[in-house]
Design a protein around this ligand. Structure first.
Ligand SMILES: [Zn+2]
Ligand SMILES: [Zn+2]
Length: 316
């Protein structure tokens, strides 16, 4: 069967597809051989790494290119450095992308939704946009059990948390990961938000002011998929799902709620509401990724994605 050869846009390496088989990579053989040669002459550790790559060949789980370094995370450096942080052009309260900035007298930018309604959290920040590499990194951790991904995601979370620090009044802030339902926790073996928060703290997130407390909030009810629901329906869908189990720990405290992703914000808003009802003084939100509005040519998608419309692929 004749095979077609083409380069994937934005990806390194070349793939050959045939109609009956999985994609066959052709250049890596050359790449591995040439990188082996250059590494052999460079250093003793280079020899060990190349030998490892030759004996235990592994490909980057994001772009498919062969890895040349020994790493517990099967993702190449270019893929990791492609994941960029977002800081500009977002709402100062919820972190949503703002296309026509509405500056308050304080110089803050707010999205339409946060101008109309006060969310139950003081401020939500995210490291990056919930697409491409970042989404795949999160999926590696959540669905493929690649736990070393939590270290990289923890570093990103730590960077996002830095933007919240000026708002903290208390010396010590309680970190509460968004909980999983017990059945899902058993199935997955870990709560990804807790794992990411754990690594962020290990990397010094919050300048030593953060204390992780994973057992103060629980998910009592498993919820149906949020896909295709309106904001109101999503809120109804989650109502009663979360409960504070240790109100004495929460009362009067500033809380940093942590989750892997922020898609519609319904999950973190519901958790924040429950925490505030248990007398938390303030709730801040930090996530690794955030789904952002897209701007398209000739079409105001900011309008299409208006806050009260159903959101596609909404999971949290
Ligand atoms: Zn890669
Ligand atoms: Zn906003």
């Amino acid at each position: 069967m004749p095979a077609a050869s083409f380069a994937l846009p934005g990806k390194r390496g070349r793939l050959v597809f045939s109609s009956s088989e999985d994609p066959i990579r052709v250049t890596p053989v050359l790449t591995r051989a040439s990188s082996l040669v250059s590494m052999l002459v460079s250093s003793v550790s280079g020899v060990a790494e190349s030998l490892f790559a030759t004996l235990f060949p592994s490909d980057c789980r994001l772009c498919g290119f062969p890895l040349v370094n020994i790493s517990r995370l099967p993702v190449c450096r270019p893929c990791l450095s492609d994941v960029r942080s977002i800081t500009d052009g977002v709402c100062s309260v919820c972190g949503e992308r703002v296309f026509s900035p509405y500056a308050l007298s304080t110089g803050e930018t707010r999205c339409g939704f946060c101008r109309r309604l006060e969310p139950p959290f003081v401020k939500a920040v995210a490291y990056g946009s919930y697409d491409d590499g970042l989404r795949e990194l999160i999926h590696l951790l959540k669905y493929q059990q690649v736990r070393p991904a939590a270290v990289v995601l923890g570093r990103m979370l730590a960077e996002a948390v830095r933007r919240l620090e000026p708002g903290w009044n208390e010396h010590s802030v309680l970190v509460v990961p968004v909980p999983l339902h017990a059945r899902k926790l058993r199935q997955r073996g870990f709560n990804q938000s807790e794992l990411i928060a754990h690594h962020a703290l290990k990397l010094g997130a919050g300048s030593g002011r953060l204390v992780l407390h994973s057992r103060v909030l629980e998910r009592r009810r498993e919820t149906q998929s949020q896909i295709g629901l309106t904001r109101h329906q999503r809120r109804e869908n989650l109502r009663g799902s979360f409960a504070v189990t240790r109100p004495e720990v929460i009362a009067g405290r500033e809380i940093l709620l942590v989750d892997d992703g922020f898609t519609t914000g319904t999950t973190v808003s519901e958790c924040a509401r429950v925490l505030r009802r248990a007398d938390a003084s303030k709730v801040f939100v930090a996530t690794v990724a955030r789904r952002l509005k897209i701007e398209a040519k000739g079409l105001d998608l900011a309008q299409t994605f208006a806050e009260d419309e159903p959101t596609l692929a909404a999971t949290g």
